[in-house]
Design a binder for this molecule. Structure first.
Ligand code: FAD
Ligand code: SF4
Ligand code: SF4
Length: 429
């Protein structure tokens, strides 16, 4: 049986208070005493709460110090600035996809293999809260079947690190954790306190996460039948694909999203997050740098290389490709951030969607474009709402990545993309 935390779906982070507010849900007592920004990663539900100021990415982003410890260096110029330090990058998928998986099920298959081979004793993963389709239920899986049953995205904030207490109580010394970028930052920052012999970190890319009630609201705004959605994903073809119980697929182009109704659903923490690609994991397994139907894999550490080897015989692999030119679109995005345009008429939207799909960035260039745009949007959010936090929570690689857009940013916002005076200095981890 999995050990698990059973948060009430209504208080699973709770509804956000909107873009201009600083906490997720001050009414939720679990969040009392937490910093203004919090993604409810679960660390503060454990004995590690006193270490929050040292571990929390929203108190101080320590990614660059952790990189030094993990990789012996920081990111090199080029793709590592956006994707993080990596040894290998490839497109892959399971030859036999896992039932209920988000893509082909590489993540849960890998964790199940670790348990099967006895390499780890337990895996922290996110199952589904009974009675819901998408609310996460953090689980400490002890068998391959338990971890495979947790396949599929629960696209909401999940307090998964809350299980670290159960890990300690159960005497687990060899652990695998499946988590988002913020969870992995806190885990790495607190790693020395966990008393583990071995820790395997399987990261999933993550952006624009929401609380469960806000997810329900989001699906109501974008779907003709929100109750029957069994799986959805933001695809590389610039549209949201929603699969329904009856086997039908509904698609909504990004350009057709009702943005006026979506203002305020993303928590401020997720809008102040700069680790889309989960860069402190041993291996990151996502999709968006690969062509449709394939998964995007970044092997970061020697341990990550061994993890990929464990799965190799079950994988098809291929190379990644890249097409289009983001450097034309990103400056236009900066102008739109500064002066949001109204929604264009339907025929114009249809034409823009066609252009995006057929002429826009594809493959790795799509991933570069999306990561740069999220960095720009989130830097703008921090500067607009939490400016005094900027020196602490925006890592230096953000400014290095965005340097090419300094002029465009200055023209649109009247200020450039340099770090503030007295910004982050390298810290030892
Ligand atoms: C909120 C969210 C946003 C994402 N955004 C992107 C993106 O923009 N680009 C991209 O390339 N990939 C993104 N991903 C990851 C991607 O959708 C897949 O999860 C990943 O590619 C693994 O697919 P799979 O078939 O191998 O996973 P599966 O084998 O289906 O396993 C999925 C694993 O993810 C875990 N999980 C599910 N929900 C959560 C959660 N809320 N918190 C922590 N763990 C969870 C499950 O426990 C399970 O272990 C996102 C995932 C989430 C949860
Ligand atoms: S994000 Fe995690 S570590 Fe930071 S305050 Fe919230 S629960 Fe604590
Ligand atoms: S968007 Fe960032 S802060 Fe929000 S859940 Fe994902 S990794 Fe964490």
């Amino acid at each position: 049986m999995p050990l698990d935390i059973e948060p009430d779906p209504q208080t699973l982070g709770g509804p956000s208070k909107g873009l201009r507010q600083s906490t997720l849900l001050s009414r939720d007592e679990r969040l009392a005493g937490r910093p203004n920004l919090c993604s409810d990663c679960g660390l503060c539900d454990t004995w590690l709460k006193p270490d929050m100021a040292r571990a929390c990415v929203f108190v101080r982003n320590r990614a660059e110090a952790i990189e030094q410890r993990l990789f012996g260096r920081n990111r090199r110029d080029g793709d590592e600035l956006r994707f993080g330090v990596f040894q290998q990058m490839l497109a892959a998928r399971m030859q036999q996809p896992v039932a209920g998986a988000q893509w082909s099920g590489m993540v849960t298959s890998l964790a199940a293999r670790l348990l099967e081979r006895g390499e780890v004793e337990a895996v922290i993963t996110a199952g589904t809260m009974p009675g819901t389709r998408f609310a996460p239920r953090p689980m400490l899986a002890r068998t391959p079947a338990e971890v495979l049953a947790s396949a599929g995205n629960k696209p909401c904030l999940s307090p998964s690190l809350g299980l670290l207490g159960a890990v300690r109580d159960a005497g687990v010394r060899r652990l695998a954790v499946i988590g988002t970028g913020c969870q992995v930052h806190m885990l790495r920052a607190a790693e020395d306190k966990l008393g583990l012999e071995r820790l395997d970190v399987i990261g999933i890319p993550c952006s624009d996460n929401v609380t469960y009630p806000d997810l329900t609201y989001f699906l109501e705004q974008v779907s003709r039948s929100p109750q029957t959605i069994v799986h959805y994903e933001f695809m590389q073809d610039y549209s949201l694909h929603m699969h329904h119980e009856d086997g039908s697929t509904e698609r909504l182009n990004y350009i057709d999203f009702p943005m006026d109704k979506l203002e305020g659903i993303f928590p401020s923490a997720c809008l102040s997050c700069f680790d889309y690609a989960n860069t402190l994991a041993d291996i990151t397994i996502g999709y968006m740098g690969a062509r449709l139907g394939w998964q995007w894999v970044l092997v970061r550490t020697d341990r990550g290389a061994k993890l990929l080897d464990l799965l190799r015989e079950d994988l098809e692999t291929t190379t990644l490709d890249s097409a289009g030119d983001r450097t034309r679109g990103v400056p236009r995005y900066i102008q739109m951030l500064a002066k949001p345009p109204g929604k264009p008429p339907k025929p114009v939207r249809r034409f823009i969607a066609w252009l995006q799909r057929n002429r826009g960035p594809r493959g790795l260039e799509f991933a570069r474009a999306i990561i740069e745009m999220k960095m720009l949007r989130n830097l703008h959010h921090v500067r607009s709402h939490f400016r005094r936090f900027e020196p602490r929570i925006v890592p230096q690689y953000v400014y290095r990545t965005l340097a090419a857009y300094d002029d465009a940013h200055r023209e649109a916002f009247g200020e450039g993309l340099q770090p503030p005076a007295g910004g982050q200095r390298a810290e030892r981890q």
